[in-house]
Design a protein around this ligand. Sequence first.
Ligand code: NDP
Length: 326
Amino acid sequence: MIKAVLIEKTEAGHHAALTELADDALPEGDVTVAVSYSTLNYKDALAITGKGPVVRQFPMVPGIDFAGFVETSRHPDFKAGDSVVLNGWGVGESHWGGLAQKARVNGDWLIPLQAPFTAAQAMAIGTAGYTAMLCVLALERQGVTADQGEILVTGAAGGVGSVAVAVLAKLGYRVVASTGRAAEAPYLRSLGASEIIDRATLSAPGKPLARERWAGAIDTVGSHTLANVCAALRYGATVAACGLAQGMDLPLTVAPFILRGVTLAGVDSVYRPIAQRREAWARLARDLDIDKLAAITGTIPLSEVVPAASRMLAGQVRGRLVVDVN
Ligand code: NDP
């Protein structure tokens, strides 16, 4: 038997709880992984609480990422004992996920654990941190460099935001962190933020164009915040957009695009080709301080996942939550 979080939808409604499953209940797949650690991402919180349409079929084991070692494999690239990591691919949405002691998946979705990270550190980074690095890479691809000016990170005290702040600061950028939690200012400064701004200055409807300020931005929030970020990008600057913590809407005009030539770079982590995943993980190994990673991370057992999901959607989780499934 394996312990797992299971989401069910019955006539009584949406229900998520810790349960025990037989090994043979696991779905089809050519690699079975003994999970060491999983994490709680925003998307997992939406799935577990039922507050977002994340789960495509029920019952579902949530968990969009995990790290562990291969127990059995029929895939040519993996053998028993290999340390592996999975992010995305619809796992935890349409295929049973990582918030369980075992997972059975398609081996094409796995990548080897990136040295020098341990499984716990890889999950401290998790999908949120890997997405933060994809955003940094998107800025770099658009020619954003540290000497151009200030970089804004929104949702800065969250998982994606915390890793983004730490990585950008290490790369020499002057990072401005937007947060709704003034009490987290010392935390954000410890990660390398030069300035903290109140997210309320970005979250209300604004003008089509504002004073040019940001040489680049990473937005995890969407809605009016992203519209206001676009309005205040400097000429030719780029915002990498990956999230919707404020909302899925995007009430903006074309003014920043046609008058300032700015770029809105969308970032998806779920269906990234393997080569780009490996690049992002290799860059995390180079550009994320392990000490800062430790400061970003809290760890909970599988039994605390369901209440933690509600705290996450209420904006009460700082940084990253690793789940020790064993
Ligand atoms: P977290 O919950 O850890 O962080 C989200 C942060 O957003 C919060 O900590 C808070 O930061 C801020 N926030 C919350 N509510 C609001 C609001 N109403 N208005 C403005 N800001 C708000 O989540 P993650 O970091 O894991 O994920 C962030 C976003 O990125 C999510 O929307 C998630 O779905 C998305 N994401 C997308 C991926 C992709 O592939 N595109 C992959 C991973 C994540 P603070 O307290 O500092 O204000």
